[in-house]
Structures are given as C-alpha cells and as structure tokens.
Ligand binder design. Sequence first.
Ligand code: BMA
Length: 289
Amino acid sequence: MKLKRYSGNPIMTPLPHHRWESHTVFNAAVVQHNGVFHMLYRAQGEDRISRLGYAVSRDGLEWSRLDRPVFAPEADFETYGVEDPRITEMDGTFYMCYTGYSAQGTRSALACSQNLIAWQRLGVVLPDEDNKDHVLFPQRIGGRYCMFHRRPPDIWLAYSDDLLHWTDHQVIMRPRPGLWDSVRIGAAGPPVRIDAGWLVIYHGYDQAHVYCLGVALLDLKDPARVLSRPEPPILVPEMPWEVWGDVPRVIFSCANLVVGDELWVYYGGGDRVMAMASAPLADLLAFLR
Ligand code: BMA
C-alpha cells in the first residue's frame, strides 16, 4: 500500500517576488471548514526565518494565497521562526500547534483562532524542553484533551484539562531497528477517528536521513494502545522535488484529512515545496489489518 501522488504536484512552490516566501513553502496545516479548504503553510525567504502564510481553496488542490504572512515570530521562544503548524478544530475554535524555534531550542507552542487568519498565542505548552511534532486530538478522551508530542526519538501521548498543563506523559511508539523509521519518529496531522480506532500518519527516518511516512491504528478509548503498525512506509521520497530540495530526501506532513472516502495527506517535499498524496480509506484499513 502506497499513497498515490496527485498528478498536479507540487501544489505550491516558493514565490520569488514575495520576500518572506521566496525560498521555501512547506509543512502546511490544512482544514476543511464550511466546504472550503484552508491552509497555513510554513514559508522562508532570504532571511531563512520561518513564517506562516495562509491560502484558501475550493477543491484542496488549487490555492490562492494572501500577500503577507498571517503568523510571524513575536515571542522570545520563536525568534528564529514559527514552524510546522498542525491545526485541530474543537468546539468551534481552531487550535494551532506549532514549533517555536530560537536560541533556547525548539518549543511546542499553541495558538488559537476563530477565523484561521487572526491568531492568539496561548504560549509554550511543554516548557523547558526541546520538543516538537505535537498535535491535538479532535475530541476529548475520557473527558480530557489529548495530544501527541515528541521527546526524541519517540512519539509521546499526554492529557490535559485546560490545553495548557499536560500530564500522564507516556511513550506510545518508538523507532524500529532495521526499518525506515529506525532513528526518529513524529506525528503528522491530527489523528482521524474511524470506527476501527484512531488513524495516525507519522514520519520517520533512518540512518541515511530519508524521511518517509507511515501509518498506525490506535485504540479509540486508550490511544496509548497501538492496534496496528505495518512495517512498510506509505510514502517514500522519489520525485525530483522530494529528492532534491532545500533538505534532500524529505517527505514531511502536518495534515491528513478525510475527503469523501479518501484520506488526503498534504506534505512538504524536500523542505521546499508543498504536495498532496491520497489513498482510499478502505485501502488503508485493509493494509492496517
Ligand atoms: C524536522 C522538522 C521539519 C523538517 C524535517 C526535515 O526536524 O524541522 O520541519 O521538515 O526536519 O528536514
């Protein structure tokens, strides 16, 4: 089972005449709301500082962008950039998990918005540690908020009553020796609730530093229970813009959403362009079984 690349890839490339996004556009969050697709994408210009741009689309494939970033470094923990947004909608609010990068290191931070354009910072949610790849589940579990995060090299799970203070930290998936995900792993977009469990897309890399995507299925009531994690990856760098980018041989995703009866996975290719690949949910489920 492999994801099928959209034939029009890449769906977004840097814009030379926009200074803030002239170098890279990658690792985007995508949500569907009121029948429209919204994207927040990571962009770098000449200064190599990551900012987040906004784009909108009717079909999720052709995008119209705003001229200016909607989210740029302001806080002391993000002076080098705001990176890798992952958006989860809950109770009518959009929550964005993002990485704040500065001389302090990488911090897992949270912001919220009602309209996806004006964002309010809620701050660092895992203070005093190098962390990233955090993403909120779209529903409370056992009455509490639930989030993945990444303490290298593993994917962790944590719970919270208020989204700001996180407890009950536990490792749920580790790298697997000898496989494509043998060195480090991290969650992609928000987990997707299906009847069989939580469908999770994640990235991993090996000694050769090749970033690929894999899939797993977690228990609905206790997502620390991994029900299935097939050995093969579901997307491997192959296209020229995945193999030769700003960083070579990278497929990195922050968004996976159900569109009709398919899962659409948005991903950055080579840390330089945005692309999309998809699979019928039924095929993913058969693969997980
Ligand atoms: C990770 C993150 C991602 C990036 C990936 C591959 O550590 O910084 O933003 O896509 O490396 O370079």
